[in-house]
Design a protein around this ligand. Structure first.
Ligand SMILES: Nc1ncnc2c1ncn2[C@@H]1O[C@H](COP(=O)(O)OP(=O)(O)OP(=O)(O)O)[C@@H](O)[C@H]1O
Ligand SMILES: [Mg+2]
Length: 230
């Protein structure tokens, strides 16, 4: 099996008042290629904090974190940025698209950042991804003129642009109606099954968690349950 994510003894503290408050108290977690896992837990339990660490947006206070077999502990910032760009895709509740840019331009953005200037392949890849998420008729619409569900599809296409091994999604359907949430979730599942991309999805919705192969539960900064969901 190929491990896309390995956490050992991960701790995270934030400064508070005159001391520090520990939010994550020693997280051990391993995710294999192709897994489709939900991360659940009460508000404030540390789900987003954990996702930000896994996404290399922040550093743990202690412990070891490996992405696709690359240990990250000793890496300088620029190496973390490269690792993130090449291995990890993000989908957030608030999609963070650039409103005035077209759907196509938004999806091309990670490729542009990686390669420095636009090329024909980039354009083709972005168009292919937008077609895969059902937006082939909307390539040139500015993001601001798309519906919430359409914007989230653009964000998903953007997350896949670099062919990441792992997609991290923090409440990807959090501000969508039930019907749209279902179709976005089905889309994530389809990508997982067709491309073997691993997913770790934070959700408050037990209905959606039950549609994942594995359910990991965080309470007060500790994993209290981690079960296969047949
Ligand atoms: N930058 C920060 N500085 C200090 N404390 C923080 C910071 N980020 C998060 N926290 C604290 O860490 C705890 C966990 O927050 P986190 O956002 O990870 O929870 P969550 O499980 O994602 O909650 P929710 O379900 O509401 O999104 C909270 O008590 C929060 O106040
Ligand atoms: Mg959160």
């Amino acid at each position: 099996m190929v491990e896309v994510l390995g956490l050992r003894g991960i701790r995270k503290s934030y400064p508070s008042g005159d001391g520090e408050t520990e939010i994550l108290h020693g997280i051990d977690l391993s995710l294999q290629a192709g897994e489709f896992a939900a991360l659940i837990g009460p508000s404030g339990s540390g789900k987003s904090t954990l996702l930000n660490l896994i996404g290399l947006l922040d550093r743990p206070s202690a412990g070891e974190l490996a992405i696709s077999g690359h240990a990250t502990h000793a890496l300088p910032e620029n190496a973390l940025t490269r690792l993130r760009g090449q291995h990890i895709g993000f989908v957030f509740q608030h999609h963070l698209l650039i409103p005035a840019f077209s759907a196509l331009e938004n999806v091309m953005m990670p490729l542009l950042v990686e390669r420095g200037r636009p090329d024909a392949n980039m354009h083709a890849r972005a168009a292919e991804l937008l077609t895969a998420v059902g937006l082939q008729e909307r390539l040139h619409y500015p993001a601001s003129k798309l519906s919430g569900g359409q914007q989230q599809r653009v964000a998903i296409a953007r997350a896949l642009a670099m062919r990441p091994a792992l997609v991290l999604a923090d409440e990807p359907t959090g501000n969508l109606d039930t019907h749209t949430a279902d179709s976005i979730f089905a889309l994530l599942r389809k990508i997982n099954q067709e491309d073997g991309t691993s997913f770790l999805i934070v959700t408050h919705d037990p209905r959606l968690a039950e549609r994942c192969d594995r359910i990991i539960e965080l309470v007060d900064g500790q994993i209290v349950a981690d079960r296969e969901n047949p």
